[in-house]
Design a protein around this ligand. Structure first.
Ligand SMILES: O=C(O)CCC(=O)C(=O)O
Length: 421
């Protein structure tokens, strides 16, 4: 195993802190914040080996301030300077811990713990801030990746890898209204014409589109040891509770290994790593999948679709058996790819919205009807609403047209990726 070159990691951070454009990005945080940050950077550079308690508290105060500011705005409106401050102050805190690591002679439990702490601080800031600025982002990802591969080098030998357990014996739901299936990938232009149909496109289950993905073959995501090697110490956002309409629902940041052990291998409550762009966050995982070429067709505006996002939006959905995404609709075309385990999915056309009783206000894209036990006294029209359904198996994709209502329940430990376009 190659030793960790802490000095190189630190030098990269120093170069970042000295960059003119990084400094300019903080300017809108105000003069006192900028001068405190600069002063702390200078002190860390002058005497990296011995940061005072006061210095450490001041770095933490900057992190707290940035976090407070982030909470004051809806995420899309947060001024970029506070996101940059959160990231830079966290990197400065990481710099202090790397210095302590550098003083240790060998890889020990202490250095391992310090490495995990650095990942925790930097990863949390990365997820919360989105890490604005190309240089900062590249350096942050390199730092995290280097530490993760140092903590968990690839295992040598031909050990049998542990697989995520799937519930092969559980009875599957019987389907009344199956979604049409194409057993061979359709022609690109055929698919383009299909999704641009007027008045609306219809759902399709597609087979044979993911056989070449390493996630389904050579670097399989049902291999627990592979997942842990790539992501075990990384911090991921998870949702805890039966589903996001439940009052007990909450979000938390946890180490991936803790998520896997506490919520997938021996779950006590339902938790879901849901709708997270894991591929921007841990780009090495993006090498295990590929964006389907159908995402690059030319989707036409329609009653149900206004325009494509600037880039294909990719989300990971990883959780135990029993996760539920309640009936909801999204504004984009969607290819939902099933990598591990099975999911039951039910779809309703957008013309049926009235019978699905959407919530008012912020959750108007979500139905109030609980599909697992519909209250037909409260929602009588629901009983007549026609639907289509499928069981999506590993290696299959479901095309969900824009604004089609969809309900998703995992029948196994499950890992899926959605592509919105
Ligand atoms: O897989 C799930 O739980 C939900 C997927 C979904 O809602 C989507 O891809 O838009």
């Amino acid at each position: 195993m190659a030793p960790l070159n802490v000095n190189l990691l630190k030098n990269n951070l120093i170069a970042l802190f000295k960059e003119k454009c990084q400094k300019e990005e903080l300017e809108l945080c105000g003069e006192s914040v900028v001068s405190l940050f600069n002063c702390l950077v200078q002190k860390s550079l002058d005497d990296p080996t011995n940061p005072s308690i006061q210095q450490q508290q001041q770095v933490e105060a900057l992190i707290d301030l940035a976090n407070e500011r982030l909470l004051m705005y809806p995420y899309k409106d947060v001024p970029s300077c506070w996101r940059s401050l959160l990231m830079d102050a966290s990197l400065l805190q990481a710099f202090g811990l790397l210095t302590v690591m550098e003083q240790q002679e060998a890889k020990t439990t202490t250095t391992n713990e310090l490495g995990r702490q650095v990942i925790k601080i930097v990863d949390t800031a990365l997820v919360v801030s989105g890490c604005p600025g190309d240089k900062r982002r590249q350096l942050t990802l390199e730092l995290l990746n280097t530490l993760q591969s140092w903590l968990r080098p690839p295992s040598s030998g031909t050990n049998h890898h542990r697989l995520l357990t799937l519930d092969a014996t559980a009875p599957l739901p019987t389907l009344q209204h199956p979604i049409p299936t194409l057993h061979q990938p359709p022609d690109y232009l055929w698919f383009e014409a299909h999704i641009n149909q007027v008045p609306m496109a219809t759902p399709l289950r597609l087979c044979g589109l993911m056989d070449h993905w390493p996630a389904c073959s050579s670097r399989p995501w049902n291999d627990l040891d592979y997942l842990l090697q790539m992501t075990g110490d990384r911090i991921v956002p998870i949702e805890i509770g039966p589903n996001y309409t439940d009052p007990s629902w909450q979000q938390k940041m946890v180490r991936m290994e803790d998520f896997i052990h506490n919520y997938i291998l021996s779950p006590s409550t339902t938790a879901y790593l849901a709708q997270h762009n894991l591929f921007d966050h841990i780009p090495l995982l993006a090498n295990d999948i590929s964006i389907p070429e159908y995402c690059y067709v030319d989707p036409k505006p329609s009653q149900w679709y206004s325009s494509a996002p600037p880039d294909v939006i990719q989300h990971a959905w990883f959780g135990p058996k029993g996760t539920v995404s309640p009936l909801h609709q999204d504004p984009y075309h969607n290819l939902l790819a099933q990598v591990v385990g099975k999911k039951y999915i039910r779809l309703y056309a957008p013309t049926l919205s009235q019978a699905l009783y959407p919530f008012d206000g912020m959750m108007s894209n979500t139905s109030q009807v609980d599909l697992d036990s519909p209250d037909l006294d409260a929602y009588p029209l629901f009983a007549q609403a026609e639907y289509m359904e499928c069981i999506l198996e590993p290696g299959e994709m479901l095309y969900i047209p824009p604004k089609w209502w969809h309900y998703v329940r995992s029948l196994d430990t499950s890992f899926s990726v959605s592509f919105w376009f």
